[in-house]
Design a protein. Structure first.
Length: 343
């Protein structure tokens, strides 16, 4: 695949060259109004093929940099489809529920133990973008965030969990925490000698890459913990030169980069799109890790791709890509002891 962008300098170690504004300002000025988003992409309500809505329970939130990667005047743009609230979300669909992975009950002090050896910390409710298919869109963050009591309960729970060697920061998006708070948390985790790996699940490097600033890079690079950042990118169009520079900075600072995506109707449900995504991720030093079957969360049924079709898609890309560029198709089941590998 021919690259139509500048490959960043491999010796690039600091993000200080590229942020155009502090990430906090970019987050604060993200688009929150549907009319403004449509105006930004030069569409009118009448040009949408479906009825859009304003949803106060899960409001629109789109960083301007992400919106700038959407094609103008295209109601089917794959980035727009991920954030566009549609009236169909209000349809009750059998099997689509508020807590599809039964996490509400298993979360204690913001710590969720799903799989052996690993623990997940729900660090914050906040995200840099609101993805309409999000499986935690109904999660009771106010009750469950680990940041209550300055992480004390969560750290105490992890201290007792001697079998845990990897802690996963999740959310919301853990990189919405200010650098100081994040460093405090990482310092506390480093003091737990049974922990070896820090994993961060984040959509920031894709949707608001200016978040990868010098202070964040320094915290990650200086940690004794092995650091893995799992980004969330669903379509090759999401990766532009700014995203690539941020990912290169993480990579240059010793961070292992993986991607997880969700198979979404109308976004990436064809072999060409999935192939292009894997190739583009490799350009940006990220290996495809998981392709998730949609979690059946209420409001997301219109994104669903039947399992048989998903399997056929993965087989199709396997025939033209090296194995390391073929993500594992997985489904999470409530109460499962590991993800269910579908391929
Ligand atoms: S960034 Fe992640 S947690 Fe936040 S809405 Fe999107 S998918 Fe959900």
């Amino acid at each position: 695949m021919k690259a139509d962008y500048q490959v960043p300098n491999a010796s690039y170690r600091s993000a200080s060259e590229f942020p155009t504004a502090p990430w906090t300002d970019l987050l604060r000025t993200a688009i929150k109004d549907l009319a403004e988003l449509l105006d930004f992409v030069e569409l009118s309500y009448s040009e949408l093929d479906e009825v859009s809505i304003v949803d106060p329970t899960f409001p629109l939130l789109v960083p301007r940099g992400f919106a700038a990667r959407m094609r103008k005047r295209d109601p089917h743009d794959p980035l727009l489809r991920q954030v566009l609230p549609l009236a169909r979300e209000r349809d009750a669909v059998s099997g689509f529920v508020s807590d599809p992975l039964a996490e509400f009950e298993r979360s204690q002090s913001g710590v969720i133990r799903k799989y052996a050896g690993r623990a997940l910390l729900v660090t914050t409710a906040a995200c840099p973008i609101h993805c309409r298919y999000c499986f935690r869109r109904h999660f009771p963050y106010a009750d469950q965030s680990a940041s209550r009591a300055s992480w004390a309960d969560a750290i105490a729970a992890l201290e007792r969990a001697r079998d845990v060697s990897e802690v996963i920061l999740s959310g919301g998006d853990p990189l919405t925490l200010a650098n100081g708070r994040l460093k405090t948390l990482i310092d506390k985790l480093e003091r737990l000698d049974h922990l070896r790996t820090l994993r961060i699940h984040t959509r920031f490097p894709i949707v608001l890459p200016e978040r990868i600033d010098a202070e964040l890079l320094s915290s990650l690079a200086s940690s004794r913990l092995r650091t893995v950042v799992v980004v969330h990118c669903n379509h090759a169009q999401e990766i532009d030169a700014t995203v690539e520079r941020g990912l290169a900075a993480l990579h240059a600072n010793g961070v292992v980069l993986l991607n997880q995506s969700v198979l979404l109707r109308g976004v990436n449900d064809d072999a060409a799109a999935l192939r292009a995504l894997s190739e583009r991720l490799l350009d940006a030093r990220v290996l495809p890790y998981y392709l998730h079957a949609l979690d059946p969360v209420a409001g997301s049924a219109h994104f669903d791709v039947p399992e048989r079709e998903a399997l056929a898609l993965v087989e199709e890309i396997r025939s033209t890509l090296p194995g390391y560029l073929v993500p594992r198709l997985v489904r999470e089941l409530p109460g499962g002891i590991s993800k269910t590998m579908l391929t």
